[in-house]
Design a protein around this ligand. Structure first.
Ligand code: ADP
Ligand code: MG
Length: 628
């Protein structure tokens, strides 16, 4: 067997995705690798395929129990012998698993980093041939990352104790330089091949919306997508609870997750979501690491997150199966205030020196600012994200709200000049709220205290709301006419270009989206759905007969999932079911050509799915999709 056979036989895929093949080849040539690929790119396959082609056992170190369980279930379904060893098993179960492992029962073994130091485990690894050690979610080893896990540092110790050093491979979705260097250094990778694939996720549609009532937006959206699974992220536990109650009151099947729930509650709720018993999950960012659910069709952020790193990771949990998914961020200016509060109250790592603490704080502020600009920009959202992660993007992606919306251009040079005069008059000592308040002529007590009522510029843009003025200020920040200081006061300062604006040498043009009332309340078709060409939704692909067949296949999948106590997407992904409709296979051979149907999966379920298709078509070929 070679790598292609393994890919087809066990995973049911016919071709590798970007980066996979190169990494697999390196590993098979005994070279250490570090694979940096976005969520959903298919990192697991990069080590699972070579694991099956190497003589000994592959040990996968993974940070979370849920992650391991999910992966092992999926492997077993594919007919690959795998097991996990972690604290969810009792002593006797661990002993048994290790015994079977020592007898060579498993090709791939997942373990938590804490496990590595235990006497029994060390004994076991010394008694067998370990061909490869894979460190999944390898960013956990870096103190720079958000998910630093001190126990990951034990991996190095562990490797040193082995008689023979196996090939070491590491995978993560975090691409920053610091994290990359940490992984290579701390893990002691030897002349590693470092492969970074593009961070673009073409099947994700991005949007920022500013609805008047976020709750109404969410309720409408969820109802409109009732047959789909989605995640709604909130900034605080309290938000999760309130929104949860509101959705429940609307008879929506919804689950919730945050750190304030007991471990048991969290587990039950998470399973309800994963097993598709409750398609909607409302959660804080405590939820998600280790959720490999592949059919998440939308990720709504009820609040703006603290950084684009967080946002892209959370939003990236949509559409892992490669099918279209929508990532919608509901922005309100208040989110910036909440986030600043969270930063102010963030638990400081007390190992930091004051200088380090200040540097971290500055970095956090910088991240928050970049996140805020994402919500403001009228340019391509995908381009903005890719640029942030150090990649070039095209200025038009055709699959984000800004690329598919209509804008009107407004000349705001006059307002911009007044803003500049005001900042100058204020001696560049205030932030955006005070400046906007002065210009709008607001009479709140705070402003009186500052003595700004005397300013010449006080009330000079009184015809516009404060929110409107702030929008222009934000635009001027993006245009590098103004800048904000890097501390928590975020004072507004003038840049060189400000002089040119005042002298009328350059005009300030503001792109403003044309109002779409349907969009305001979550009812629009996500305008992209109609126009997107790159990835279409199911309903764009399958005709009505096809959709009906899809539903039947999905029912069968749910039934099997219940019988076996498995998440439905582990049986077959949505993408596989769509492909079954498109190809409408009438025999085993045709069924095996469906993406995601490998030999083992066919053995297990193939006939039952075939039967549904045969019953539905009467064995006569029919076209279930639009187009050629
Ligand atoms: P990551 O760990 O990079 O976030 P996963 O390894 O969980 O991503 O893979 C995401 C999804 O992509 C899985 O459903 C997986 O089966 C699928 N996948 C991986 N490689 C391929 C491939 N070559 N062809 C088709 N689907 C693939
Ligand atoms: Mg993964």
């Amino acid at each position: 067997m070679d790598k292609y056979d393994v890919l087809k036989k066990y995973f049911g895929y016919t071709s590798f995705r970007e980066g996979q093949e190169a990494l697999i080849d390196d590993i098979l040539n005994n070279r250490d690798v570090l694979g940096i690929m976005p969520t959903g790119a298919g990192k697991s396959l990069c080590y699972q395929v070579p694991a099956l082609l190497m003589p000994g056992i592959t040990l996968v170190i993974s940070p979370l129990i849920s992650l391991m369980k999910d992966q092992v279930q999926a492997l077993n379904q594919a007919g690959i012998h795998a097991a996990y060893i972690n604290s969810s098993l009792n002593e006797a179960q661990i002993a048994k698993a290790l015994k079977l492992a020592a007898q060579g029962q498993y090709k791939i073994i997942y373990a938590a980093p804490e496990r590595l130091e235990t006497y029994d485990f060390l004994n076991f690894v010394k008694s067998v041939e370990i061909s490869m050690i894979t460190v999944d979610e390898a960013h956990c080893i870096s103190q720079w990352g958000q998910d630093f896990r001190p126990s990951y540092l034990k991996i190095v110790q562990f490797i040193r104790q082995l008689d023979k050093r196996p090939v070491i491979t590491a995978f993560t979705a975090t691409a920053t330089e610091n994290v990359k260097e940490d992984i290579v250094c701390v893990l002691g990778l030897q002349d590693p091949e470092i492969l970074v694939t593009g961070f673009d996720r073409k099947n994700l549609y991005f949007a920022v919306e500013t609805p008047n009532k976020k709750d109404t937006y969410v309720i409408n959206y969820v109802k409109k997508h009732s047959s789909e699974s989605g995640i709604i992220y909130c900034a605080t536990r309290k938000n999760v609870e309130t929104l949860y109650e509101k959705l429940k009151a609307q008879d929506i099947e919804v689950s919730k997750y945050h750190a304030g729930l007991t471990a048991e509650e969290r587990k039950v709720n998470q399973d309800d979501f994963i097993y598709d018993k409750k398609p909607v999950m409302i959660a804080t960012n405590a939820f998600g690491m280790g959720i490999d659910k592949s059919n998440v069709r939308y990720v709504i952020h009820y609040n703006m997150p603290q950084s684009l790193e967080n946002y892209y990771q959370e939003a990236g949990r949509g559409g892992r199966d490669g099918e279209r998914a929508e990532c919608i961020l509901l922005y309100s200016p208040q989110d910036v205030v909440i986030n600043r509060f969270l930063l102010d109250n963030k638990e400081q790592n007390n190992e930091y020196t004051p200088d380090e603490a200040a540097a971290v704080r500055e970095r956090d502020e910088e991240r928050l600012r970049a996140m805020t600009f994402y919500c403001m920009t009228t340019g391509c959202l995908r381009e903005y994200i890719l640029k942030y992660f150090g990649e070039k993007g095209a200025s038009y992606c055709g699959n984000c709200i800004n690329c598919v919306s209509e804008f009107e251009e407004v000349d705001v040079t006059d307002e911009a000049s007044k803003i500049i005069s005001c900042i100058r008059e204020a001696g560049q000592r205030y932030g955006i709220n005070v400046i906007a308040g002065i210009l709008a002529g607001d009479d709140r007590a705070k402003l009186k205290e500052y003595g700004v009522f005397e300013y010449k510029t006080y009330g000079s843009i009184s015809g516009m709301s404060e929110a409107g003025i702030k929008q222009i200020i934000n635009h001027m920040l993006i245009q590098n006419i103004l800048w904000q200081t890097n501390d928590k006061y975020a004072l507004l300062k003038l840049m060189d270009k400000a002089g040119q604006v005042v002298n009328n040498d350059i005009r300030v043009i503001f792109k403003r989206p044309k109002k779409d009332p349907a969009k305001e309340n979550g009812l629009s078709e996500g305008s992209a759905a109609k126009r997107s060409t790159s990835k279409s939704r199911r309903s764009d692909t399958l005709n009505s007969r096809g959709l009906e067949l899809f539903e039947q296949l999905r029912e069968l999948r749910t039934a099997i999932a219940r019988e076996e106590g498995m998440p439905p997407y582990i049986i077959f992904s949505d993408k596989t079911l769509v492909d079954m409709c498109v190809r409408s296979p009438l025999d085993k051979k045709e069924m095996l050509s469906v993406t995601g149907v490998g030999e083992n999966k066919f053995e297990r379920y193939g006939e039952r799915f075939l039967k549904v298709i045969l019953d539905y078509t009467g064995g006569i070929r029919e076209k279930f999709y639009f187009g050629e």
